[in-house]
Design a protein around this ligand. Structure first.
Ligand code: SF4
Length: 430
């Protein structure tokens, strides 16, 4: 797993703590202010640092500390060179600690806005802390203008972002201004959006926003137990209605574990009956982090035990026109009929595959595992999926070009499977 932090040595502290890392050629294109750029000279040491200082660049990243008489700050001696790459945005502390705040090559980036939360979910992967971390908003306002303009999507996450009220609106507006083509996913329990004035303010803060709201049951008692907050179900439902009233795009997130799987089909029916305006429903496998690890015995259930109920619930919603996805779940524990709805959803830096995957026919489409999922989090059903996919009688491989006999034999034709899966994964979420 690629770390988000490393240590370095700093000749003098840069004036700006948050800097965009760019090679010299891209830095000179002028898309970002020179004083906010950390010029990456690790592959290009023959550069006149005095000239870079005169041009006003923020700092340089170098393998050597020799800057002659140049006054520009030099960041050098990185403990782990791979942590920082061109295009990233980093925070540099005076002592030389480097943290990556945005990674250009990642398949997902998030703006972490607060550690505070008004719920205390049994499986929270980021357990809340009640510290005052208002400084994060200022840092995000500093960070967003340095993010690549073509980033397709960004998330705002916490903690609970809506606790910040108008400060959240400020960050959303900043994203809307600097990244107008980026879809912003706000991960919120929506409890505070039960307040119409706040819902009004936040839904008006930016365009292209998807509100990703976890809902864990169709009954108040069960949902409130999972989030460990009495009255949360009713607040979240009212928050969802307020979002719907503003025609906001809504995603419902259902985390799958022992406390949520008992009524998957009635829950799907509840969503269809009471919030049919939702744009996307995601059934999500559990991430073994934070409270989930502590509460493993309360939560863990082998997906083989609920796969049929999951299949029924997912098709129920899909067949009614709601885009439905299954996240964080290996294909071998799902019924093959539902594979086209299973997305590769785990962030690349958290993702891994196991030895069984090496010769698996669906490896390129399957999302694999969280790195944090040790063997006691793995299903007994993990096995290569070769018998479920048609093998070309001529080449003996899965890339069949000579027939479509797979479906006739009750198997997946590999090409048809690829086509359907790719069509679903490319279905734009609103
Ligand atoms: S064995 Fe195949 S289906 Fe199972 S997790 Fe690995 S790649 Fe996915």
């Amino acid at each position: 797993m690629l770390a988000l932090h490393t240590h370095s040595a700093v000749t003098t502290a840069p004036r700006h703590k948050t800097l965009k890392v760019l090679r010299l050629g891209e830095a000179l294109e002028g898309e970002f202010p020179f004083e906010r750029i950390l010029v990456d000279l690790r592959e290009n040491a023959q550069v006149d640092l005095g000239q870079l200082a005169d041009m006003g660049f923020g700092a340089v990243l170098s393998d050597t500390v020799d800057g002659g008489t140049a006054t520009i700050p030099i960041i050098h001696a990185l403990h782990n060179q791979d942590v920082v790459a061109p295009g990233d945005v980093v925070r540099i502390r005076d002592q030389g600690q480097i943290s990556v705040l945005y990674r250009r090559k990642a398949n997902a980036n998030a703006l972490f806005i607060t550690e505070r939360c008004n719920s205390y979910c049994l499986m929270c992967s980021q357990p809340p802390r009640d510290d005052n971390d208002d400084w994060r908003v200022d840092e995000l306002l500093d960070l967003v203008p340095l993010i690549d303009r073509d980033v397709p999507h960004l998330a705002i996450t916490g903690g609970e972002p809506t606790l910040l009220g108008s400060r959240l609106a400020q960050v959303m507006a900043c994203v809307g201004t600097h990244l107008p083509n980026t879809q912003l996913n706000v991960l919120t329990n929506a409890r505070r959006l039960a307040n119409p004035a706040l819902a009004d303010k936040l839904t008006g803060a930016s365009q292209r926003v998807l509100w990703a709201v976890p809902l864990y049951a169709d009954t108040a008692g069960r949902h409130d137990y999972v989030v460990q907050a009495e009255g949360a179900f009713s607040e979240t439902i009212n928050g969802l209605y307020n979002l719907a009233e503003h025609k906001a795009a809504i995603e419902i997130r259902i985390v799958l574990h022992r406390q949520t799987i008992e009524r998957l089909l009635p829950f799907a029916e509840f969503i269809w009956r009471t919030i049919p305006v939702v744009a996307h429903v995601a059934f999500m496998g559990l991430e073994p982090m934070g409270f989930a690890k502590v509460n493993r015995d309360l939560l863990y259930v082998d997906p083989l035990e609920y796969r049929d109920a999951l299949e029924a619930a997912a098709w129920y919603l899909h067949d009614r026109g709601i885009v439905t996805s299954i996240y964080n779940t290996p294909w071998c524990v799902l019924p093959p009929d539902i594979w086209p709805l299973a997305r590769k959803s785990i962030s690349d830096w958290k993702n891994m595959y196991v030895s069984e995957c090496e010769n698996c026919a669906v490896r390129e489409m399957c999302g694999g595992f969280f790195r944090s999922a040790g063997s006691n989090w793995r299903s007994r059903g993990i096995r290569p999926m070769n018998e479920e996919v048609c093998t070309c009688p001529r080449t003996g491989e899965n890339t069949c070009v000579t027939c479509s006999g797979g479906q006739a034999r009750g198997l997946w034709c590999f090409q048809e499977l690829q086509r359907r899966h790719s069509a679903h994964c490319q279905t734009p979420r609103p």
